[in-house]
Design a protein around this ligand. Structure first.
Ligand code: TIU
Length: 231
């Protein structure tokens, strides 16, 4: 057992590196680059770019520590059979899910916009998990993958803080995973939502999990710390 400890909100948290995985949520061109799903929803995608460098730092630390790494991607089958009609039918018809855009059909698997951004490209050994919803556990085999590897703690980062990161953390928390969210490695189109979403996770004694900085998490992954009681 190799225990790491990280300063976090609402309290420092210790975790065993042997049972910890990194989950990077939806760092896709569709959300972070112009012309994709995020922009089609009317958002300024430049707000999300602040998460790229911190996510890269955590990825590097997790790779060096030998953690399992899972990259999720939100998107749908080409025939949209896994997309709820209410999700497809929202907004400007020219910019809906499945409509053609500068990065291919919006939020459709296999299209250029669905790819993870090149700055954070998954390594060949890492798991890329396609999900049709906001949560990483909904209609995916993520829980099975984590259980098969004995994972108990998730370090979570990605976009957007209050939508797919939050939904995934809530799902993971209810399934018994201890979730530690890397604050600056998450981002939202709405800075105020980002801030409040992080506060919601750590409030009430850590109602959904813990919130730490990417620098503290990367440091915790790179050096073994003496075991401490989990708050
Ligand atoms: N990945 C993710 O968060 N999907 C979204 O649709 N987020 C928005 O903030 N729209």
């Amino acid at each position: 057992m190799t225990t790491a400890t990280v300063e976090a909100n609402p309290s420092a948290v210790s975790f065993d590196l042997a049972t910890t995985a990194l989950v990077v949520i939806d760092m896709q061109r569709d959300f972070l680059e112009p012309g994709g799903f995020g922009a089609a929803l009317g958002n300024d995608v430049s707000f999300l770019r602040s998460a790229i460098k911190p996510t890269g730092a955590i990825l590097a630390a997790a790779r060096a520590a030998g953690l399992p790494i899972i990259h999720t991607r939100e998107g749908h089958r080409a025939d949209l059979s896994d997309a709820p009609p209410h999700k497809v039918l929202r907004g400007d018809p020219a910019k809906r899910i499945g409509a053609p855009g500068p990065m291919g059909r919006i939020l459709v698997r296999g299209e250029p916009g669905h790819d993870i951004i090149p700055e954070l490209a998954p390594a060949a050994s890492e798991i890329v998990l396609d999900k049709p919803g906001k949560g990483a556990f909904f209609a995916t085999d993520l829980d099975l993958i984590l259980r098969n590897r004995g994972i108990r703690t998730l370090i979570v980062c990605g976009v957007t803080t209050e939508v797919c990161v939050h939904t995934s953390v809530r799902e993971g928390n209810d399934r018994g995973y201890r979730c530690i969210v890397a604050a600056d490695a998450c981002a939202s189109y709405f800075p105020e939502f980002h801030a409040v979403a992080l506060r919601m996770i750590a409030a009430q004694g850590g109602i959904f999990g813990w919130v730490a900085t990417s620098a503290d998490l990367a440091a915790a992954l790179s050096q073994e710390a003496p075991a401490r009681a989990i708050a």
